[in-house]
Write a protein that binds this ligand. Structure first.
Ligand SMILES: [Zn+2]
Length: 246
């Protein structure tokens, strides 16, 4: 029986080390998950631990401030990815589910795990159903992460975990980013903090999101669309040429 080629559905490397240092290689992209819902990603806040059957120590829901931070980060991510993020009360069916727990490793503030299921249809096509589970620690780091206003470590931690849900990997894991760039001034996926906690994705994060999602057609070229034109407004044909030349 013919297999559907799913290779385009997974994040792959670009050949540019600065982009690839942040690509979660092999992760299914939301844009390829399902033709009918490919551009919408749903998220929700767990009221009981997910996924069902997993042992989760001292589960608790996110508090209201942490929930507000999640909503704000996903709103931030919309123009960067072209994806539409929608909160849902159907948490067990959501693409991304958030909760808190006592994470065993005392050095771990938060973690994101992903689960993918291949679904074969009668017509021979195969689709991927991916679900992510994000846990914030509520033990050693509970007090720190309870303050999730922009500019805090709590907010930056949520930014980092949501970065994972968008297809970004830890620079400590990929180990290919030059040392001089491997800090949070350039990417929130670095473990090397600088003097201020970040409330926005870094320039390297944005560049990798551009690579992951422009390639899938969900956004057009990032940074090359003029917000103003001088002395006149270029025609769309001229703009097309500019893009093709660039
Ligand atoms: Zn991480």
């Amino acid at each position: 029986m013919a297999q559907t080629d799913l290779s385009a559905a997974y994040a792959s490397l670009s050949g540019d080390v600065l982009i690839d240092s942040l690509v979660w290689e092999g992760l299914p992209l939301w844009t390829e998950e399902s033709p009918s819902t490919g551009l919408t990603v749903t998220y929700g806040f767990m009221t009981t631990a997910l996924p069902a059957g997993e042992t989760v120590v001292d589960f608790a829901p996110l508090d209201l401030g942490q929930q507000a931070a999640v909503r704000l980060v996903y709103a931030t991510a919309e123009p960067l990815t072209g994806l539409h993020f929608v909160e849902t009360a159907d948490v067990s069916g959501a693409d991304v589910a958030f909760g808190t727990a006592d994470i065993a490793d005392p050095g771990t503030l938060a973690l994101t795990s992903t689960n993918e299921v291949l679904i074969a249809a009668d017509d021979g096509t195969t689709t991927i159903d991916r679900q992510d589970y994000v846990y914030l620690d509520n033990a050693e780091w509970g007090g720190t992460l309870a303050d999730a206003r922009p500019g805090t470590l709590g907010y930056e931690t949520i930014l980092h975990e949501i970065g994972h849900t968008l297809g970004l990997d830890d620079t400590a894991y990929t180990q290919t980013l030059p040392d001089i760039l491997d800090n949070t001034d350039y990417t929130v996926m670095s473990y090397n903090e600088t003097d201020t906690y970040k409330s926005m994705f870094g320039v390297l994060d944005m560049q990798t999101l551009q690579y992951l999602y422009a390639d899938s057609g969900s956004i057009v070229g990032f940074g090359v669309i003029p917000v103003m034109a001088w002395p006149g407004t270029p025609s769309s044909a001229a703009l097309g040429q500019t893009l093709a030349a660039g």
